[in-house]
Design a binder for this molecule. Structure first.
Ligand SMILES: NC(=O)c1ccc[n+]([C@@H]2O[C@H](COP(=O)([O-])OP(=O)(O)OC[C@H]3O[C@@H](n4cnc5c(N)ncnc54)[C@H](OP(=O)(O)O)[C@@H]3O)[C@@H](O)[C@H]2O)c1
Length: 294
């Protein structure tokens, strides 16, 4: 999300949301996702993972930019969605990022810094402090190329970084010194496997985990049954274009992963005053779905 979009207005006032489900009414945007008590979602303190995406009406999460890597389209990125992303990061123990993103950040081509790396809204910093959390969530980087320019992550505000990779990538890695504050761990043979990733995070008491990565990471998390909640912003704009990137990609997920609608809001103040739908979906555990009755 472009950083220029990060500081614009997102306050309540006339720009309130219309809550549509499960209850109806007006509600301010600011504080909406903070009120979801994500830390309380961990039943018995068990591992809980959530993610979010912003999509166009035709399902695009990103577009190629000329001569560069793909990014969230300017036509969908907006400050209100960014505010919500920060609110989702505020209670997290850890944020999952991709190795690809770290390389992009180091090359100065990332759309934004990770939340809580630079200056974020004071109310969110206070929110973390009131929960007794450290100032920054641990940054968890999923990669098959662990020789990453990690100073791109630690330069702004040094905080803990956990690089999670595969055993084969670790074995291929040239011997080098791991920077201070960075831990390197293998969780899978050829790729990072979600259940082993969860075990590594759980072992470090990182039990509330927010993935801000893209389609490949999401695929691994879904395949491993790790995604408990999906936050989805749909901007009511059709983008078209020849390249197509959707929320996830990979081999068919069999069985398909099922979710149920937990909440729905209409925001009349999306990008260019176009509406956007804010949706919250909760995982239906495998085998718990019901056949459709007519
Ligand atoms: N619209 C939205 O809400 C939204 C959200 C997120 C991202 N995006 C867009 O999606 C695009 C890709 O973003 P992204 O790079 O963050 O996401 P990604 O496609 O999930 O990440 C790809 C990288 O993650 C690593 N990776 C993923 N699964 C792995 C596994 N099982 N084991 C080991 N490494 C694994 C690899 O890193 P290495 O190459 O280092 O091995 C891979 O290159 C960007 O254009 C971004 O703007 C859009």
């Amino acid at each position: 999300m472009p950083e220029a979009h990060q500081t614009a207005a997102h306050e309540g006032g006339p720009r309130r949301l219309l809550a549509l489900y499960p209850t109806r009414g007006r509600t301010p945007l600011k504080g909406l996702y903070l009120s979801h008590d994500l830390r309380g979602c961990r039943q018995g303190g068990r591992f809980y993972c959530y993610t979010n995406f912003i999509v166009s009406l035709d399902g695009r999460i990103s577009l190629e930019r000329p001569g560069g890597s793909p990014e969230v389209p300017a036509a969908t990125a907006n400050s209100r969605d960014w505010r919500l992303l920060l609110e989702l990061a505020a209670p997290a123990d850890a944020l999952i990022l991709s190795g690809r993103y770290v390389r992009q950040l180091a090359a100065g081509r990332a759309q934004a810094s990770p939340p809580f790396q630079r200056r974020d809204p004071d109310d969110l910093t206070r929110f973390r402090a009131a929960l007794g959390l450290p100032p920054q969530p641990v940054l968890v980087v999923m990669t098959n190329h662990p020789d990453l320019p990690l100073e791109a992550l630690t330069r702004e505000r040094p905080g803990p970084v956990l690089v999670v990779t595969s055993a084969s990538a670790l074995a291929r890695r040239a011997p080098s010194v791991t920077p201070d504050g960075v831990e390197l761990v293998a969780a899978g043979r050829e790729r990072v496997e979600a259940p082993r990733l969860a075990a590594e995070l759980d072992r470090r008491c990182l039990t509330l985990v927010y993935s801000i990565a893209g389609p490949a990471v999401l695929y691994s998390l879904l395949a491993g049954g790790l995604v408990d909640r999906l936050y989805l912003t749909t901007v009511l704009r059709v983008l078209g274009g020849d390249d197509y990137a959707t929320m996830t990609r990979g081999r068919l997920l069999e069985p398909a992963r099922d979710f149920r609608l937990a909440a729905l809001y209409l925001d009349a103040c999306g990008p260019g005053a176009v509406e956007q739908l804010l949706q919250v979906y909760d995982k239906i555990p495998a085998g718990a779905g019901q056949g459709a009755a007519i």
